[in-house]
Design a protein around this ligand. Structure first.
Ligand SMILES: [Fe+2]
Length: 521
């Protein structure tokens, strides 16, 4: 066991605070070393993320009055942190002090280092006399580990008004190594039927608005429990900013400058509330969040950003941006080659990351459904243009690349569509005999309302590559991955209005090594 070295911690602290001050060009402001709080400053909980074999990111945000701007003084505040090999903090492995600044809403992002691979650790924060809840986290397997097992969950789409987070209560009790969240962590707007609880503010536009929206979500005890139980990897979809936005175009086609200001605020608030690596937020309207995450040599995850770089939607409704249901015959623009969902830089990065991987399972964690999904009644073919069906040539190019380069065991996982799904991915979905190139799983929604039974039945009837679909239940998917087998369990919430609801297995599918396509288990 490595013991904390006071000299190193002090040096790290100086380096980290110097970097922060330089990055923000802060005026010299007196740091409150011993803050006093009348209410718990750690009400938003703790989180960890981005596990590597030797390090993990620790997160919290000081906010004694979370729903009203945080309630912190307009001054930097000293926060101490520690990570230990035991839950009682007897064997401290790394510790330090970091300055939480008003510029980042007193959020704390710190990398704990010098850790051992595939191990549990416990961490907490202290400010003045306040001590946070204890979080548990786990490092990634060693880079050359090709024997072990990796277990994780995929979460997405958690409309606060649509339901309680019983899915997270169940998730926190599972034996997982990490969680991947693929977007719609918050919703900016209200919709749906029979809400079970309410957003306490109107639609966010400013940084202050988004901070209050995140705070409301993060006060949920079951969401906090899932964060405190495992490290997370995160990417965003549209609702972290605005429904169906594309690059610099909002759904309402606001002036670009105005929308980019909104996106700037939304991206910063996202960073402030996620356990993302310090320095990932660089300011301004852009933020690179796509990247590769290795889980030993068992699995490698390519985590994508499907909003920031995409081409605009084709065939939108009049004077609107965003997606639309289109009859494919009436929207030939959809088939233009070169239309991109990821942007050319991210596309090239993804191809090279997939080629370089030697992992047994190659996971593409993206935010929606990759499969072709014909939703038309009868003989008509109708698709939704916000997902990959709006960018079919980009999908075909990626799947052809995966097939031609013989990428080992590609598995695409996603969210967004609010139904659980298992299916075959093909270069040509219209050819029943075309080979299966990759497997796909969509982990329904944590709480957001799903499509009707009739829509799911139509989807299953018209898309034979879709092997399983269920839109009736909210939940998430749990994946257990060994060198020989991929195992998917769809977890379903019996009563979305009840935080204590029973959560059960809705479906169970496996993928065998070198045999793409989910099989019913
Ligand atoms: Fe969603």
């Amino acid at each position: 066991m490595r013991h904390a070295n006071a000299h190193n911690s002090r040096r790290d602290f100086l380096l980290r605070s110097a970097a922060l001050s330089a990055a923000l060009a802060l005026p010299a402001q007196r740091v409150i070393a011993q803050p006093r709080f009348e209410r718990d400053p750690f009400a938003l909980g703790v989180a960890s993320g981005y596990p590597q074999p030797d390090q993990v990111v620790l997160w919290t945000r000081l906010a004694p009055d979370p729903l009203n701007g945080g309630g912190m003084p307009a001054a930097p505040v000293a926060v101490r942190w520690e990570i230990a090999a035991d839950a009682r903090f007897r064997k401290i492995v790394d510790r330090g002090e970091i300055i939480a600044t008003p510029a980042y809403a007193h959020a704390v992002h710190v990398s704990a280092r010098g850790l051992e691979p595939s191990r549990w650790y416990w961490y907490r924060f202290m400010a003045g006399e306040a001590v946070s809840a204890t979080g548990r986290t786990r490092t990634a397997p060693a880079a050359d580990d090709n024997r072990g097992q990796v277990a994780f969950a995929i979460a997405s789409c958690q409309h606060y008004e649509h339901g309680q987070f019983a899915a997270y209560r169940d998730m926190a009790q599972q034996e997982l190594d990490f969680v991947v969240h693929v977007g719609d962590y918050i919703y900016e707007s209200s919709w749906g039927r029979n809400p079970v609880r309410s957003h306490h503010t109107t639609e966010p536009y400013t940084l202050a608005d988004y901070r209050n929206r995140y705070a409301q979500y993060k006060l949920d005890p079951h969401l906090q429990a899932a964060h405190a139980a495992f490290p997370w990897l995160v990417t965003w979809d549209d609702h972290e900013v605005d429904n169906d936005y594309a690059n610099d175009r909002s759904q309402d086609i606001d002036p670009v400058d105005a929308f980019l200001l909104r996106r700037t605020a939304a991206y910063q608030a996202y960073y402030e509330h996620m356990p993302m690596p310090p320095g990932m937020h660089t300011g301004g309207p852009n933020m690179k969040i796509y990247g590769t995450h290795a889980m030993g040599n068992i699995a490698r995850i390519q985590l994508l950003d499907m909003r920031q770089y995409r081409d605009y939607h084709v065939c939108p409704r009049p004077n609107r941006g965003g997606g639309n249901q289109v009859n494919v015959l009436e929207c030939p623009e959809r088939m233009q080659p070169g239309r991109s969902l990821l942007g050319s830089t991210q596309e090239q990065w993804l191809e090279s990351a997939l080629t370089q991987s030697t992992a047994r399972w190659n996971i593409i964690a993206q935010t929606t459904l990759m499969s072709q999904a014909d939703r038309g009644p009868g003989e008509s073919r109708v698709v939704y243009t916000d997902g990959w069906d709006g960018y079919p040539k980009a999908r075909e190019k990626l799947l052809r690349f995966i097939a031609e380069r013989k990428i080992r065991n590609p598995v695409v996982i996603g969210g967004d569509v609010h139904f659980a799904m298992a299916g075959d991915l093909k270069v040509d979905f219209d050819n029943e005999h075309a080979p299966v190139v990759a497997s796909e799983f969509v982990g329904t929604s944590i709480s957001s309302q799903g499509p009707s039974r009739a829509r799911i039945d139509a989807l299953l009837a018209k898309n034979p590559h879709v092997k399983f679909a269920n839109g009736a239940r909210r939940g998430y998917a749990r994946f257990t991955v060994t060198p020989q087998r991929w195992d998917t369990s769809f977890r379903a919430v019996a009563d979305i209005a009840d935080a204590q609801s029973r959560v059960y297995e809705l479906g169970h599918y496996v993928v065998e090594d070198r045999r793409p396509g989910p099989q019913r288990a």
